[in-house]
Each structure stands twice: as structure tokens, then as C-alpha cells.
Design a protein around this ligand. Structure first.
Ligand code: GDP
Length: 287
């Protein structure tokens, strides 16, 4: 799914989330563990208006585990509850309802003290496109929501999904737009496939990726493409392009005159990177 985010769409998306906020107790904000800041909505704090929030670093199976730990620490220091997960396999999912309940502990305890039986915590999942919202909803529901959906609606066709006895989840997530102002954010999103390549030039995306990998994840890159020379000066574009050319030669992307077809090489590199062939990586670190 690709959404072209025009100002009108943003306003509408925001309004839709604000409507849903009235129905729920806690927000589950999904970010991509490989780029936890770049995959966040720039106005998230303002939009959520102080609702208790759990941050889930999803796709942790694709991210560098050591850096994911640092990110969780970072978010905790920012005052959030944060947890890592892999919605596609279900790893880390069981904790989510428990943490959602934990966010409501004070209120629940007060109700219990008054002799009121607290109802299940109501939650909404929010995040930018492709971060794994539907996958997580289906995981938590334990079935494919898109395939069912004949249960009674609550409001405007929205339905609650029971997750165990402690949590109820709105079946439609809140979709938010990513940050556009910063070009590096765009490259990180494009590298992971979160935004379509057409928006940015494929060679520029691959260049950004090779530069980052050469700096922080050289070994897997070297192994995969039989590379020899690691760039000495990462700020020297010629050295980065030389790596891209070596990748192209390895994959047979040669045009007349023996020149490397950089566009083709870039496409191959991005495909292999996105499908996990270059191992686990994280594109930004908190410290
Ligand atoms: P949404 O647009 O936020 O609803 O994202 P989707 O749930 O449609 O997921 C986008 C893509 O990411 C799909 O191809 C999912 O299979 C994949 N995906 C979602 N969660 C994970 C995860 O934790 N790990 C991995 N490896 N892939 C995931």
C-alpha cells in the first residue's frame, strides 16, 4: 500500500485518529526497529494528546539486536514504556497486553479499591504505512481480521478485538504519515522499502545504503559481494561508488564498454538488503 500524503490526507488521518482516541485508554505506537526515529510520525506527541503510550519496536528480527537494546533504553529514558517485537512470527507479542494493562495500573487499582470491576484496557495501534500494524493486529487477534469481520460494529464500522481477558483492540489501526523534511529520513525509509523507490532515485538510495553499511556493517557486505577494499574515507563519494561498481561486477551488471550499470546494481543491492540477505542491520542509533 502506498499513500501519497497531501496536506488534505494528513488532516484527515489526524482527524480519524483523534476520533479513535475518544474510544481508547492506551495507544500502541509501532515503529520499525531498524529506524525507530525515522519511522515515527513527526507530530505524534501532539496528535496523541498525552494518552498513555506503549512503543513497540517491530521487525526486531531484521534489526541489529545490540542497537535495539539501546533504543529501548532510549525510549525508557524519554519516559515511555517500550518493547521489541516481531509481529510476523509473534515473538514479543504476548507481553503487549500485559504492558498495556501496566500503563493503566493506577486507574485499575483505584477502581478495585472502590469495589469496581475494571473493564479490559482499550487500545489503538498507530504507525506509518508498512510498519506492521495489520500484521500485529492479526497476531494479537490470533486470526486474520481481514478475512472475518462479521462481528457487531461499535462505531462507524469499527470493531473491538478481544486479546485475552485484559485487552480490547480497535480492529482498524491509525495510519500516520512519515517525516518528509529530512532527506536522510527519506533514504532510510526507502532503504527498508517503507516508501516507494519512485520518490527517490534508486542509485541515491543505494549510495546512502552502501555508505552506511561500509561504515557500520562492512563484514556482511564484503562477504556477500566478495569485496576487497573497504572505503577509507566514507565522505568520499568515489570510494562509495567504487563499492557499488564492485557489487555490479559481481552480479554481472555490465553494459557495453565494460561499464557497470549502476542503476541495475543498485536495484539488486536494495532487493538483497531488504530481503535480509545482508543480515540484520539498524540504520540509526540513539547514542
Ligand atoms: P501496515 O501497513 O503497517 O499495516 O503493515 P503490514 O502489517 O501490512 O506489514 C508490512 C510488511 O511488513 C508485510 O510484508 C509484513 O509481512 C511485514 N512485517 C510486519 N511485521 C513484521 C516483522 O515483525 N518482521 C518482519 N520481518 N516483517 C514484518
Amino acid at each position: 500500500m502506498t499513500i501519497q500524503w497531501f496536506p488534505g490526507h494528513m488532516t484527515k488521518a489526524r482527524r480519524q485518529i483523534e476520533e479513535k482516541l475518544k474510544l481508547i485508554d492506551v495507544v500502541i505506537e509501532l515503529v520499525d526497529a531498524r529506524l525507530p526515529l525515522s519511522s515515527r510520525n513527526p507530530m505524534i506527541d501532539e496528535i496523541l494528546q498525552g494518552k498513555p503510550r506503549l512503543i513497540v519496536l517491530n521487525k526486531a528480527d531484521l534489526a541489529d539486536p545490540a542497537v535495539t537494546k539501546q533504543w529501548i533504553e532510549y525510549f525508557k529514558q524519554e519516559g515511555f514504556m517500550a518493547v521489541q517485537a516481531d509481529a510476523s512470527s509473534g515473538q514479543g507479542i504476548k507481553e503487549i497486553p500485559l504492558l498495556a494493562k501496566e500503563l493503566m495500573r493506577e486507574k485499575i487499582e483505584k477502581q478495585l479499591a472502590k469495589g469496581v470491576n475494571p473493564r479490559a484496557v482499550r487500545a489503538l495501534i498507530v504507525g506509518i504505512p508498512n510498519v506492521g500494524k495489520s500484521t500485529l493486529i492479526n497476531r494479537l487477534a490470533g486470526r486474520n481480521i481481514a478475512a472475518t469481520g462479521d462481528r457487531p460494529g461499535v462505531t462507524k464500522g469499527q470493531q473491538w478485538i478481544k486479546v485475552g481477558t485484559d485487552m480490547e483492540l480497535l480492529d482498524t489501526p491509525g495510519i500516520l504519515w512519515p517525516k518528509f523534511e529530512d532527506q536522510n529520513v527519506g533514504y532510510r525509509l526507502a532503504l527498508t522499502g517503507a516508501i516507494r523507490e519512485e520518490i527517490l532515485n534508486v542509485e541515491d538510495i543505494a549510495f546512502f545504503g552502501v555508505k552506511y553499511l561500509a561504515k557500520y556493517y562492512w563484514e556482511p557486505l564484503k562477504e556477500r559481494f566478495d569485496l576487497k577494499d573497504r572505503p577509507q574515507d566514507f565522505e568520499n563519494p568515489d570510494e562509495i561508488v567504487a563499492v557499488m561498481e564492485a557489487v555490479g561486477r559481481k552480479r554481472g551488471c555490465i553494459v557495453s564498454g565494460g561499464r557497470v550499470d549502476l542503476e541495475k546494481a543498485s536495484g539488486i543491492l536494495l532487493r538483497e538488503l531488504r530481503s535480509g540477505k545482508l543480515g540484520r542491520y539498524t540504520l540509526e542509533a540513539p547514542y
